[in-house]
Design a binder for this molecule. Structure first.
Ligand code: ADP
Length: 665
């Protein structure tokens, strides 16, 4: 076994790999970009090496810098994690040339599976079923259109070099084919530097079911059952589970055998995943991922195995630790991906500081894989994932219950996030029924924008308690600092001569009146309602946790206190209440339609117009990229481009004006 490894990655996967290495007594070397100098994965490692500035291209994708760090640090092997260089055959080869073991498959296997079209040809030869389609070498528009007609609409155009849903277009009718092809090619060329495409029959109600594979260098190949990843948004996974609900044992066995055949066909070694699409009792090969997947944890939970340990053992030349017949599935596991993104705004990534973070308690039933702590920044350069929450129970219903309760304990403050969406899915009867297809979220758009609910009475009481306590603390500090600390006139706690000390508490649009109770606490009144509140800071977590009593009910809540707002966390929901300052100016944003600004920090990818151009409402002007996502800015009105302040490759900050549009009168 290795004595020291370098982890060529960041975030949760770097931390996850290090946990296993540390358990096995292997020293760990982290690499980091300037944006990550204080990141959790750097703190966790035995030593860390800087590999470059924040942009991934100049750091986590810089193969030479990473190999140099590995050699200089004395590492014997390199674990690539997922994403970044994990499926880069040249990087795997560069490691070998430098005398380092690449903890992954041989470069030839990565290359064979790197092109979806070439992989399909190989799989066809190995007898693995394919979705009806075209993956030939001829790429002229006429050949492709004829292939689409032969397959029958609807069809799906995919970038052969694709990944992350880029360069994918659904085409419903023949007359839309040419435009869709041009779009897919353009996106593929800019994302992968390769505009080749393939065409598949577009299945309308498919499930995404994938098989976890493992192979060693002694000819051993086996699978660790399947994962169902059908809960997706824009063709990207949100929730994954194992086993797949309702999958017949015969089908599981057939899919496992097909995946093993796929691995043998390319001389595979290490961890890999064969992705299938399943519809009407049939399964079809989609692609093979030649690395550990984000969702590997659910397979670990149901098999009781540590797949990173397997990877290390196999890379060190050992045989697979178990035979296929010794592997058993036990219980049910579900993973939910927590992202800093706004489901209601088309999953726009949210950038900023994770001002408040409270995680559910970890147990045999609840696992959290994360790479961030409270106070960390989610930046523009990398994936906005906050954490993976993985739950396990004896059966699926139990696992869903665990998922719902763990999500209800999660608190994320300071960034928009998808907790509410995950909770809504966990509570949905369609999800509980099991076996949903990949169109589930698209068919239930209401899950993305939960209705605005009235602030619960308990939350109002808690918020008022916090405001009143903060005021009392400020008054005590002011009095202590004054020349006459016992002078009641110097305080600002609502004390009035000969009258009960009444105070107003403004919470958003609501104004409550508070008067102190002799026994401590306050009596709050609001319209016709009245309640008695009490409690205070919990000494165990003085910054955020409060014990609150509202009439007869008591519980603990968390709060994030900002200058003009208060966020109260309760039952997995966050309630943001403005604390209006009557002297502050209005906070309305300038919504001048003539100025088009960057909604988030991003890189300008394409500029589609020039100064002086006439444009029509809805026309695409610029394409920005932030955290692996493309964002198109369009003209809000008809007009002329008066000024253009964006150039390709430029980094722009939130709110930065990019285009000035002169509207036609
Ligand atoms: P990428 O590599 O870009 O992630 P994949 O080929 O893995 O693309 O496909 C991603 C997702 O797109 C799948 O999980 C599935 O939801 C959907 N998909 C792919 N192929 C088809 C198809 N032929 N019909 C319907 N949906 C598909």
């Amino acid at each position: 076994m290795f004595r020291k490894i370098l982890i060529a990655n960041r975030g949760e996967i770097a931390c996850r790999v290090m946990r296993t290495a540390q358990r096995l007594g292997i020293a760990t070397i982290a690499v980091y970009s300037d944006a990550d100098a204080d990141a959790l994965h750097v703190a966790m490692a035995d030593a860390a090496w800087r590999i470059g500035p924040a942009p991934a291209r100049q750091s986590y994708l810089d193969a030479a810098a990473i190999v140099a760090a590995a050699v200089a640090s004395g590492a014997e092997a390199v674990h690539p994690g997922y994403g970044f260089l994990s499926e880069n055959a040249d990087f795997a080869a560069a490691c070998a040339e430098a005398g380092l073991v690449f903890i992954g498959p041989p470069p030839a296997a990565i290359r064979a599976m790197g092109s979806k079209a070439a992989a399909k040809t190989l799989m066809q030869q190995a007898g693995v079923p394919l979705v009806p389609g075209y993956h030939g070498a001829a790429q002229d528009a006429a050949t492709l259109a004829a292939a689409a007609a032969k397959i029958g609409y609807p069809v799906l155009i995919k970038a052969s070099a694709g990944g992350g849903g880029k360069g994918m277009r659904i085409v419903e009718r023949a007359e839309n084919f040419a435009a869709a092809l041009a779009g897919a090619r353009g996106e593929a060329a800019s994302a992968f530097g390769d505009d080749r495409v393939l065409i598949e029959k577009y299945l309308t109600r498919p499930r995404h079911i994938e098989i976890q594979l493992f192979a060693d260098s002694h000819g051993g190949v086996l699978h660790l059952f399947e994962r169902d990843c059908s809960i997706q948004r824009r063709h990207q996974k949100v929730i994954e589970e194992a086993p797949a609900p309702g999958l017949a044992p015969a089908m599981r066995a057939a899919m496992g055998e097909a995946a093993v055949a796929a691995a043998r066909a390319v001389g595979y070694i290490g961890a890999g995943t064969v992705e299938f699409i399943v519809e009407d009792g049939a399964f079809y090969f989609m692609e093979m991922n030649t690395r550990l997947q984000v969702e590997h944890a659910v397979s670990e939970m149901i098999t009781g195995q540590d797949l990173v340990e397997w990877q290390l053992r196999v890379a060190a030349g050992e045989a697979l630790p178990l035979d296929q017949s010794a592997l058993r599935m036990r219980g049910h596991a579900i993973e939910a991906r927590l992202y800093a993104e706004d489901p209601a705004r088309d999953f726009l990534p949210s950038i900023g500081t994770l001002r408040h973070l409270r995680e559910p308690a970890v147990s045999a039933h609840v696992r959290i894989d994360t790479g961030v702590r409270a106070g960390d920044r989610i930046g523009i350069h990398y994936d906005p994932m906050i954490a993976k929450l993985i739950v396990w129970d004896a059966d699926r219903a139990g696992a869903i219950r665990r998922l719902a309760s763990a999500l209800a304990q999660y608190e994320i403050g300071g960034l928009r996030n998808n907790l509410a969406l995950l909770r809504a899915i966990a509570a949905h009867p369609g999800f509980a029924a099991g076996g949903v297809d990949t169109g589930f979220l698209a068919r239930h758009p209401a899950l993305l924008t939960p209705p605005e609910a009235a602030v619960p009475r308990f939350v109002l009481g808690a918020a008022a308690l916090i405001v009143l306590t903060l005021r009392a603390e400020a008054a005590a500090r002011a009095a202590a600092a004054s020349a006459d600390p016992h002078n009641p006139w110097a305080g600002s706690d609502g004390w009035r001569l000969n009258l009960p000390a009444m105070q107003s508490v403004w919470l958003g649009e609501t104004i409550l009146t508070a008067s102190p109770l002799a026994a401590g606490g306050w009596r709050l009144s609001h319209a016709a309602d009245a309640m008695e509140i009490g409690g205070g800071r919990l000494s165990s977590d003085a910054d955020t946790a409060w014990r609150v009593r509202v009439d007869g009910a008591q519980r603990t809540v968390s709060a994030l206190i900002e200058p003009a707002a208060l966020e109260v966390f309760m039952d997995g929901e966050a309630w943001r209440l403005r604390l209006p300052d009557p002297l502050a100016p209005g906070d309305e944003r300038i919504t001048d339609g003539g100025r088009i600004c960057a909604p988030i920090p991003a890189t300008v990818r394409r500029v589609l117009v020039a100064a002086g151009d006439a444009v029509t409402r809805g026309q695409a002007l610029l394409v920005l990229e932030a955290m692996k996502m493309e964002l198109t800015l369009t003209a809000p009105t008809d007009g002329t481009i008066a000024a253009l302040r964006a150039v390709v490759g430029q980094l722009v900050s939130e709110g930065e004006e990019l285009v000035e549009l002169e509207a036609v009168a």
